[in-house]
Design a binder for this molecule. Structure first.
Ligand code: MSP
Length: 521
């Protein structure tokens, strides 16, 4: 069998199973989904992975409090998370859970290999431990008055023997790697943050175990069964365990499997939030290097969402519930807003008012109105029939398509939507300028009206194609209303001139119904 071409491999962070899905989780998946869909539309084969992080102290505690086994507890929550992903119309190819045997096997194989090479050793550890954050703290983590931030919960002093991964020895190599690969962490200021850390602080070896007596809900360490693997080492390996368990030859040194039908490794793009940058840009590449595996091409780091200028917090009720928004406004209104509002990188702020304004101005009055009136006029004046082909808006459409494609190739999603809207706005302006409703009253203008109606309908069709990665349902609805055969999911269909003479379009159905009521709170 001939070797397969490597798939474009994109991942999101895996969410803590015991948290509830919120705006931040939704945003990250939508960003990754748009990029995955864009690559597919542009003709690439894509492997898109998301999933859940299920081990650790908090899960063990929560399950015990409910009188459940951790596995049953995780299974219940995982169902909710999976339906959350579906609700957002995320096109992931797989969903990994760190409790799955396929993942556990790879974690164990990796630990065994690193241990065999002398990269893992045992040593005593004394330190301040936050059970809530599952992390040892140092004096640097103390507040100015010497206490600990309440986010850490109860902090206690612990001394115990643990297993360590020799991470520190790779510090200089990693700093050099980041210097030589400026694209490795994006945006640039996040790369500088990592470099700043590597240049000014000493990278310690990483504690990768917890005694099973204290924490049983984890993957047993194969060479020390009285220990379980520490959560970050476990969690990061999810990105590797899926390709490895599928037999990707690039990961055969860990899995022992070689199937030439799978070519996924390494990740092309790993989408994460800024709070987990160090784990992904420091621990992770070092783990891979030590294991002799190739590194991801890029870590794409997004910012944090706030609501009304404040941290989202369940205790104060200051949260945005993505599912409630999707139920009230539709999944595409939500997908559109988060990406149009916030560029991938800086922090963002959700306001209900801002959401409503963009919905009304850009979706209902902008895109929705364009499609609705274009199709209505075509129905009303020509019974939906295309009478001529015209190129009056072809250049505008081509410019917009080229601009959107460029943005998508550079993961500039906010700018990509802005580039789509140059065509939405141009076509709406074209209606005002050409006044088809006036042309329709003058039989001498019948030919001109045919042209105008073509340009409008064809612009709507092109828009469906370029919108598909962002708001796929809407794109498909536009194609259905136009009664175009074929898919808006293929970028090549964005070429002007798809609608042919004699084609009959369907009835318009509002894409984004106007809502004059305030958001339900
Ligand atoms: N389980 C770890 C990640 C392990 S990856 C090998 C974790 N889980 S999390 O549920 O806390 O966060 C999952 C993702 O959501 C992270 O990328 C995180 O940055 C992102 N977000 C969590 N809150 C967020 C906001 N308020 N805004 C934007 N994204 C945020 O960390």
């Amino acid at each position: 069998m001939s070797e397969m071409q490597k798939e474009f491999y994109i991942t999101t962070a895996i969410d803590y199973v015991n948290g509830s899905p919120h705006l931040g989780h939704a945003y990250e998946k939508i960003v990754a989904d748009i990029i995955a869909r864009a690559h597919r539309s542009l003709g690439e084969s894509v492997f898109f992975l998301t999933g859940l992080d299920e081990h650790g102290q908090k899960v063990q505690q929560a399950a015990t409090e409910r009188g459940m086994s951790p596995q049953v507890y995780c299974d219940e929550l995982a169902t909710q998370w999976q339906s959350f992903v579906e609700r957002l119309n995320i096109s992931n190819d797989d969903f990994v859970r760190t409790t799955q045997p396929r993942h556990q096997e790879v974690v164990k194989a990796l630990l065994t290999k690193l241990h065999g090479q002398g990269d893992i050793y045992k040593a005593p550890y004394r330190g301040w431990y936050s059970a809530r954050q599952e992390t040892f703290l140092t004096d640097k983590d103390r507040l100015p008055d010497g206490t600990w931030d309440s986010a850490y919960g109860e902090v206690t002093e612990l001394v115990e023997e643990n297993w360590y991964f020799r991470m520190g020895r790779h510090q200089e190599w990693l700093a050099q790697y980041l210097e030589n690969h400026p694209e490795f962490v994006h945006p640039e200021y996040r790369r500088n943050e990592v470099l700043g850390f590597l240049r000014s602080e000493t990278l310690e070896d990483l504690c990768i175990s917890r005694p099973a007596s204290r924490l049983s809900w984890g993957i047993p360490i194969p060479f020390a069964p009285d220990y379980v693997n520490y959560v970050w080492f476990d969690a990061l390996v999810n990105y590797l365990s899926v390709p490895a368990s599928k037999g990707d030859p690039a990961t055969a040194s860990i899995s022992g499997l070689t199937r030439t039908t799978t070519a996924i490794w390494p990740p092309d793009l790993q989408v994460i939030g800024k709070d987990i940058l160090k784990f992904h840009a420091v621990y992770w590449p070092i783990m891979l290097r030590a294991a002799g595996l190739s590194l991801p091409r890029q870590i794409l780091v997004h910012g944090f969402w706030q609501k009304d200028g404040q941290k989202m917090s369940k205790s104060t009720g200051n949260v945005v519930d993505p599912v409630a928004i999707v139920e009230e406004w539709g999944v595409d209104a939500f997908r559109y807003y988060v990406v149009r509002e916030l560029d991938v990188g800086p922090d963002g702020n959700w306001t209900d008012e801002g959401f409503r304004q963009r919905y009304a101005a850009e979706l209902a009055n902008g895109l929705g109105n364009l499609v609705n009136r274009s199709l209505s006029m075509l129905r009303k004046y020509r019974s939906g029939r295309i009478e001529v082909v015209s190129k009056e808006l072809a250049i505008d459409a081509e410019n917009s398509v080229r601009g959107v494609e460029q943005c998508l190739r550079e993961n500039r999603l906010q700018a990509g939507l802005a580039a789509v809207w140059t065509l939405v706005n141009r076509a709406n302006l074209y209606v005002e300028q050409t006044k088809p409703f006036s042309l329709a009253k003058d039989p001498a203008q019948a030919g001109r009206l045919d042209e105008v109606l073509y340009n409008l309908a064809e612009s709507c069709r092109v828009l469906a194609v370029v919108l598909w990665p962002f708001i796929p349902d809407t794109a498909e609805r536009i194609y259905a209303q136009l009664r175009v055969s074929g898919e808006p999911s293929r970028w090549r269909n964005s070429a002007w001139g798809g609608l042919q003479v004699g084609h009959e379009t369907g009835d318009p159905v509002p894409l984004f119904p106007r809502k004059d009521l305030p958001l339900k709170s």
